[in-house]
Write a protein that binds this ligand. Sequence first.
Ligand code: BMP
Length: 226
Amino acid sequence: MKYPIIIALDPPNNTLKPLNWALKIIDETKDLVIGYKIGLPLVLELGRELSLVLEKTRDSELVIADLKLADIGDIMLTTIKKLAQIGFNTYIVHSFIGLRNGLDKISDYLKKTKGKLVTILSMSHPGSSEVIDKNYDLLLDITLKANAWGCVVGATKPELIMKTRRITREKNADLKIISPGIGVQGAKPGSAIKAGADYEIIGRLITRDPRPREKLLEIINLYQGV
Ligand code: BMP
């Protein structure tokens, strides 16, 4: 059985063999999780070897490129096409870039190619309240108009997860909520799901454990009580 957990594959600093590190974690966990999230730390460590990691994640439902894109539509489109070629199927993009010649370009393309667009509504770190969270209503409006598949709302903000879920229900919008911030950043495993999120992103709590599979099974046990 697969659980609504997405493992963030951020390698520890100074890992001598980042490729082996990533492949081992995927091997140990892929029967239990819905997907993986890969960001700049692993992309920069691996370069072209990244495709070997993506071969291993091929059967996972969500293979997320977390480059937090925030560019003009044409350039994001070029980036996303390259990411799709190597095996990603989901792309995290900032919603503050806006729709026109921004999100609308990639939204149209992803709909045609069955890729998934995930925008950022609120981040898990405290600084998110300085600019991003103040514009939550606008960002949600842009996200819904872009017909995004999902959005990121930090697990550290259960009230915003609840608000997002309430609004999407009211508007009859099928928008998935993906929540990072579990474990090292303070939120408890299962707490975001309880607040209304669809998936929890968990990184270091699992990947820094000497026995990632056992740690994941421990976390899954906590989910049963949710
Ligand atoms: P960890 O569970 O180790 O804290 O990792 C969280 C992951 O989610 C990291 O890859 C980070 O880049 C990402 N993330 C986050 O922590 N907060 C956000 O608001 C958005 C993110 O993508």
